[in-house]
Design a protein around this ligand. Structure first.
Ligand code: NAD
Ligand code: IPM
Ligand code: MN
Length: 345
């Protein structure tokens, strides 16, 4: 019989609240014969205050045994900015080589958008997940003086860029419109820009059916607002991908509905699924968080593990729920309950 051995990392702030709903929907959608085993990991501010520790080697060894990881959010105002984010979240993405950070954006019918009219929005951002300025390569000299100098080195390897670009081409090839846009800043970032552009052009030869396009990241933020329909698949570096996917979320239903998968395509390590948003300390503990992004991340998780029917049912439940939403008065729990009822029925 089939089974899913899932690691659950609720994390900080609203992470706790939304992951509970994600699990509720997962339990409701899985058929009887699928055995779901979950193990919760207490990562985030509580663990850090109690032990001074962030992610350990023992944690990684334990996590490695799971089929997949569901994460809420990491980061808390009681800890200096970045300590938990780097110490838990980024460490995990790097250790498990989550180089494909998949962030789909789809504006569902009837869902509010700040954009004029109801533009067609259906694209996916393939954000590189293990390189760029996220590698922690940098330094400070004369710290704290008026002459402080800080460097933050963006690391881009031919190997790392090529594998994520090839993954994005394959995804574009599999979609009806077969279009891939490289987003970078090759007019200023001479070295990384050259590497990305060259690799993109070279890999394109393997995918003659895919239409290609290049847009500077600043201009991409214009088109995401004025003409989002032009995008099908976008491939971009780690930091640009972080920034444009919050914008993408904002125009396609809001940050409360944006899902992501941190994928290790070789399956050597478990992939990790999480909402694009963070721990939202401004609304934590108030039952105001929208759990839809986490529920849609559960759909990505299901599809990754081969449960396509169940993934589709979760996405259909969200479409139906969002289409009929209209007001924002429901609590986190009420939205989770409504989605669980829809996937079960
Ligand atoms: P955030 O995404 O937590 O919040 C940004 C805004 O979006 C806030 O106004 C918040 O109330 C709103 N929001 C977020 N999720 C929502 C939801 N599900 N429903 C309704 N509204 C929602 O970003 P931030 O404020 O920049 O960061 C807060 C903390 O989270 C920081 O510590 C940051 O480092 C961390 N963070 C973690 C992750 C992650 O774990 N993957 C992602 C982003 C930010
Ligand atoms: C995200 C977050 C993280 C990132 C932070 C919290 C490290 O913003 O998942 O989008 O920058 O990748
Ligand atoms: Mn982000």
């Amino acid at each position: 019989s089939r089974s899913i051995n899932l690691a659950v990392i609720p994390g900080d702030g609203i992470g706790q609240e939304v992951v509970a709903q994600g699990l509720k929907v997962l339990n409701a959608v899985l058929p009887q014969d699928v055995k779901l085993e979950t193990k919760e990991y207490d990562f985030g501010a509580r663990r850090y205050h109690a032990t001074g520790e962030t992610l350990t080697e023992a944690d990684l060894a334990a996590l490695k045994k799971h089929d997949a990881i569901l994460l809420g959010a990491i980061g808390d105002p009681s800890v200096p900015s970045g300590v938990l984010e780097r110490g838990f979240l980024l460490k995990l993405r790097f250790a498990f080589d989550h180089h494909v950070n998949l962030r789909p954006s789809r504006l569902l019918p009837g869902v509010a958008t700040p954009l004029a009219g109801q533009p067609e929005i259906d694209f996916v951002v393939v954000r590189e997940g293990t390189e760029g300025p996220y590698t922690g390569n940098g330094g400070t000299i004369r710290k704290g003086t008026p002459h402080e100098v800080a460097t933050e080195v963006s690391v881009n390897t031919a190997f790392g860029v090529e594998r994520v670009v090839r993954d994005a081409f394959a995804r574009a090839q599999a979609r009806p419109r077969k279009k891939l846009t490289l987003v970078h800043k090759n007019n200023v970032l001479a070295y990384a820009g050259h590497l990305w552009t060259n690799v993109f052009t070279k890999v394109a030869e393997e995918f003659p059916e895919v239409t290609t396009d290049y847009i500077h990241v600043d201009a991409a933020t214009i088109y995401l607002v004025t003409d989002p329909g032009r995008f099908d698949v976008i491939v971009t570096d780690n930091l640009f991908g972080d920034i444009i996917t919050d914008l993408a979320a904002a125009v396609s239903g809001g940050i409360g509905v944006a899902a992501s998968g941190n994928i290790n395509p070789s399956r050597e390590f478990p992939s990790m699924f999480e909402p694009v948003h963070g721990s939202a300390p401004d609304i934590a503990g108030q039952a105001k968080a929208d759990p839809t992004a986490t529920v849609l991340s559960v759909a990505l998780l299901l599809r990754h593990l081969g449960y396509d029917n169940e993934a589709n049912r979760v996405e259909e439940a969200v479409s139906a729920d969002l289409g009929g939403r209209g007001d924002t008065s429901r609590t986190t729990d009420e939205i989770g309950d409504a989605l669980a009822v829809r996937v079960a029925g």
